[in-house]
Every structure is written in C-alpha cells, then in structure tokens.
Design a binder for this molecule. Structure first.
Ligand code: NAD
Length: 374
C-alpha cells in the first residue's frame, strides 16, 4: 500500500500532514511505501532529505495524491481532486460544513475522513487537530498583538519612569482563548476574559485572569449557554445585547482585545460592533481569530490590518500556518494517532474499524456519496 503525503497548495498554507517522526513510524513495518511530494515540508523547514532518511520516497504530486492512503492538511483543491484514486482513504481538514466541497470530494470516490468531526471523547484527544491548532492560534494571536501594539505588555519600572502593564481582554475561552490568556499572562499583561459557557469561569481564574460575567436572565438562557459536546450554541438576542453592553464598557479600558468565539457550522457570533471599536483607546489592538468564519468584530477583514479611529483590527487567517514547524509537528502526530485506528504500525496490518465511533463520526464521503450527517 502507498501512503501519500502531498505538498499543500492552498494559498498561505505552510503546514504538512506528516513529519520525519511520523513517517518513520508509518514506515516501520516495511509493508507500506511512504511517498512524500518533493518540497512538501519546505515551508515547515523540513527538507526532503529528512523525509527520505525517515524511510519515505520523494515523489511528485500525482504519486502522493494517488496513494491508497492520502494524508493532507487542507481539503483537496479542484486541481488536486482528479489525482485522487477511487477507494483511497483521504484524511485531513476536509471542511465538513462545506456542502459543495464535500460533494466534489465525494465525486472522486475516495473515503474521506474529516478530522474536524472527531468526537470530543477522551480516546480522541490525541487526534484532536482542532485543539492542537487552536492552541497555536491562541499563542500566535498574542504574539501578533504584542508586535502590533505600540507599548509594552508588562509593567516596567525604569529610571525614566514607570510603564503600565497592558490590559488584555479575551472573548471566547475555548482552547485558543485559554492559550491566549496563558501567553499574555507570561508577557506580564493584566487579563480579563469572558465566554458564554459558565464552566469556563474557573479555568480563567486559575490562569490568573479576571472573569467578566454576563448574567443569564433565566434558566433557559443558562441551559443554552452550557452548549453541547464542549461547543457553544447561538445565544438568544437578549443575552447577546446584554453581553454587548458589558463588553462595550470593558473595551473602553483595554489595550488589546483578542476574540476567538466560534459556533461549529455557523457564522462566528458578532461580539464587537463598530460603536465599540470607536469607543476604544487610540493605539489599542484587536486580533479577530474568527475572521475566516465571518469575524467576531465588525470591520475586520481577512488577512488585513484595518485601522479605525486609531484602533488596529488584525484579521489574519490561518494563524497556525504562521507557526508552521510546530503546527505541522502536532498536526502530523494527530494524524498518525488517527491512522493508528486502522494501521498497526508494528505488523503493518491495515483494516478500517468501521464500527469505531471515531471512524463513524469522521467519515464524510464514501463510494461517490456524501455521508448523512450524524
Ligand atoms: P470553539 O473554537 O468552537 O469556540 C471558542 C469559544 O468561543 C468557546 O469557548 C465558546 O464557548 C466561545 N463562544 C461561542 N459563542 C460565544 C459568544 N457569543 N460569546 C462568548 N464566547 C462564545 O471551542 P473549542 O476551543 O474548540 O473548545 C470548546 C471547549 O471544548 C473547551 O472548553 C475545550 O476544553 C473543550 N474540549 C474538550 C475536548 C475533549 O474533551 N476531548 C477536546 C477539545 C476541546
């Protein structure tokens, strides 16, 4: 069997779905041929020679995409689709909410496994690409904010006087938000954070942040706020209006605002309106991590820094791709752990466990058809 690792071709994508470490493990049995497309690791600082030394053959795009198992980061592009082999196993971030994209993927006849659909169960944690990549995004968001902000993050006492610590507000405290809190804290900033899910309060406080509370008017609001499977649900307009009012007041005082709020399969909730941006201090920086899902902040634009009344709104997409080497290393381990459900690394035996709940949840297309959503 051939396991192919193509070079990612989407604009700005620097990651690769395997590393020499994971290639070595997949090649260990000697039963399978690993084919890495030439240059696949270049943007993650992994030379072809390292893949070769780990046991891979360096091939071209046709060979890597034509494998029996194809490991990718992003969903195949229209140019890549015709190169896939009918019946092959395709693993990657296949964008399960993109109906048209899934349909064209299904038309190739591959069995497509979308890693975004992994269930949030303990056994799947080592495969959880959303968490591994969101963690990186949260870190990088703070780095970008610090770099864009015209002042220090920590409090400094110097002979020339005292510099105040930056005040950082983080909205949406999932994986990315928690890492953003931890990273900003290490830089010496003063942190406040808020989320719709009530369970997050303790996590914020244990990281040294101050919880910004948006009260629930009734039990129904609280129930919705608890979300499902670790994910948030859209909140009623009354709660959103209450949140906007409280956040508006906090935003007047903050120097850095990082927004990470997402709801799976839906546009990102709009948390910050133009009037709130207008009320912020000149020189303040906003990093909108939800920009690719429509943005949490009115006025944020994909891959741009928009300046409104002296406030810089950073809307860079795909932040993990800006930490390419570690993002690839973690993603590749997630993929290896997912593949281990079907591939016995020692014996080389390969059989997809059709009844495994992880396999069932991630299988998005097979035999030319899109699978019904679970
Ligand atoms: P996400 O990326 O889907 O969303 C980011 C955050 O935005 C979430 O915390 C969400 O509650 C918040 N949000 C949504 N709408 C909002 C609004 N209107 N206002 C404020 N905040 C809003 O979430 P995520 O980071 O992927 O994970 C969410 C949770 O799942 C985390 O608590 C994480 O620890 C948990 N998780 C569990 C497992 C597991 O058990 N195996 C794996 C991964 C994550």
């Amino acid at each position: 069997m051939i396991i192919g690792i193509p070079r990612e071709t989407r604009a700005g994508e620097t990651r690769v779905a395997a590393t020499p470490e994971t290639v070595k493990k997949m090649a260990a049995s000697g039963k399978h041929q690993l084919v890495v497309e030439a240059g696949a690791g270049a943007m993650s600082s992994i030379p072809d020679a390292e893949f070769h030394a780990a046991g891979a053959r360096i091939g071209n795009a046709d060979e890597a995409l034509g494998g029996d198992v194809v490991l990718k980061v992003r969903a195949p592009t229209p140019e890549e689709l015709p190169k896939l082999k009918r019946g092959a196993m395709l693993v990657g971030l296949l964008n399960p909410f993109d109906a048209a994209g899934l349909q064209s993927c299904a038309a190739t006849g591959v069995s497509g496994y979308a890693l975004e659909s992994l269930p949030r169960i303990t056994r799947a944690q080592s495969m959880d690409v959303l968490s591994s990549q969101a963690n990186i995004a949260g870190y990088k968001a703070v780095m970008i904010a610090a770099n864009t902000y015209g002042r220090f993050m920590p409090m400094l006492m110097t002979a020339a006087g005292t510099v105040k610590a930056a005040r950082v507000l983080i909205l949406g405290v999932g994986v990315a938000g928690l890492q953003a809190i931890a990273t900003a804290k290490r830089l010496g900033a003063v942190i406040e954070a808020s989320d719709v899910r009530p369970s997050v309060k303790d996590q914020v406080e244990s990281l040294g942040g101050k919880w910004v509370d948006v009260p629930y008017a009734n039990d129904e609001e609280r129930k919705i706020a608890e979300g499902v499977g670790g994910y948030a649900r859209p909140m009623p307009p009354e709660w959103m209006a209450r949140q906007a009012g409280i956040i508006h007041e906090r935003c007047k005082a903050v120097d850095v605002l990082i927004t990470t709020a997402l709801i799976p399969g839906r546009p990102a909730p709009r948390l910050i309106k133009a009037d709130t941006v207008a009320a912020m201090k000149p020189g303040a920086v906003i990093v909108d991590l939800a920009v690719e899902q429509g943005g949490n902040v009115e006025g944020s634009e994909l891959d741009k820094i928009v300046v409104k009344n002296g406030v810089k709104i950073v809307g860079f997409g795909n932040l993990p791709a800006r930490v390419a080497t570690d993002a690839s290393a973690l993603y590749a381990r997630n993929v290896l752990n997912f593949l281990a459900l079907s591939l016995n690394a020692k014996t080389g035996d390969f059989a997809v466990p059709r009844d495994d709940e992880i396999i069932k949840a991630t299988l998005v297309c097979e035999n030319g058809a899109v699978m019904p959503r679970p």
